[in-house]
Write a protein that binds this ligand. Structure first.
Ligand SMILES: NC(=O)c1ccc[n+]([C@@H]2O[C@H](COP(=O)([O-])OP(=O)(O)OC[C@H]3O[C@@H](n4cnc5c(N)ncnc54)[C@H](OP(=O)(O)O)[C@@H]3O)[C@@H](O)[C@H]2O)c1
Length: 251
């Protein structure tokens, strides 16, 4: 789906590239000519994904919510690939569906640590290097939950909306210095994160009712928007969000 070779010579990091949407993004970036380092906490799943992606894929097991791990990721990526021009902040979790009044502080914190603070840490640490070279594209994978309320997902929605706020602030700070920051906000795609939800007939019918295209998305459809934002074709695009959601937020 992506133009061949649009990312030739570019090096990218995809956090959470060992599964689901992140794996599809890594695949599309490689097909467009990039070399890609993917991450995830589970080393076995990560190694399988690297093997599946082929010669232009590299992997590092790490946790985006730990500053020392993110520093180690930068070092490993620069050593194995070279300067990193594209960062995709895709790693995320959504482990619980809990009524807002029952959410424990520890559960709130676990989601904020990975889905919001993890994005900040990766962006600051990789962004500093990009600013030094005056060139970079950072793409955050947010959600329809940044734009519409999702029931029983108060921390998830707060984190995703927080990332979109962060993107606007970073754009004021960095756009004139050559680093573009944007978001891609997916609708529902069947992955490890969502399988339990979308495979439930009643819940699936409910979410399709909010989706004018009346179907789930595919990882490759999210990845096409990421490839565009990573490329020089998007050289005047910064501080914005591309919704890839079958029309969800339009309704
Ligand atoms: N699927 C959807 O319908 C949907 C819709 C809107 C937005 N999104 C967003 O899309 C992104 C990808 O989700 P997905 O559906 O593809 O989920 P997924 O299949 O569960 O993949 C999540 C990835 O993130 C990694 N990860 C989780 N926590 C991490 C951490 N602390 N440090 C490093 N890696 C970590 C996971 O690996 P380990 O578990 O091994 O760490 C895995 O590689 C998320 O940000 C999600 O919020 C998904």
């Amino acid at each position: 789906m992506s133009s061949p070779a649009i990312l030739n010579g570019k090096n990218a990091v995809v956090t959470g590239g060992s599964s689901g949407i992140g794996l599809a993004i890594a695949q599309s970036l490689i097909e467009a000519g990039a070399k890609v380092m993917i991450t995830g906490r589970n080393e076995e799943r990560l190694n399988e994904a690297v093997a599946q992606l082929g010669d232009n894929a590299f992997g590092l097991a790490m946790d985006v919510s730990k500053e020392a791990d993110v520093e180690a990721l930068l070092q490993a990526a620069q050593t194995q690939l070279g300067p990193i021009e594209v960062l995709v902040n895709n790693a995320g979790i959504s482990p619980w569906f809990t009524r807002s009044e029952k959410v424990e502080l520890s559960d709130w914190q676990a989601i904020i640590d990975i889905n919001l603070t993890g994005v900040f840490l990766c962006t600051r640490i990789f962004g500093n290097e990009m600013l030094g070279r005056g060139k970079g594209s950072i793409i955050n994978i947010t959600s329809v939950g940044a734009h519409a309320g999702l029931s029983r997902q108060v921390a998830y929605c707060a984190a995703k909306a927080g990332v979109e706020g962060m993107t606007r602030s970073l754009t004021k700070d960095w756009a004139a210095r050559g680093v573009r920051v944007n978001n891609v906000a997916p609708g529902y795609v069947r992955t490890k994160m969502t399988a339990g939800f979308v495979d439930n007939e009643a819940l699936r019918a409910d979410l399709l009712q909010s989706t004018p295209m009346d179907r789930l998305g595919e990882g490759a459809e999210i990845a096409s928007a990421v490839v565009y934002l990573a490329s020089d074709a998007a050289s005047y695009v910064c501080g914005t969000t591309i919704a890839v959601d079958g029309g969800w937020v339009a309704t």
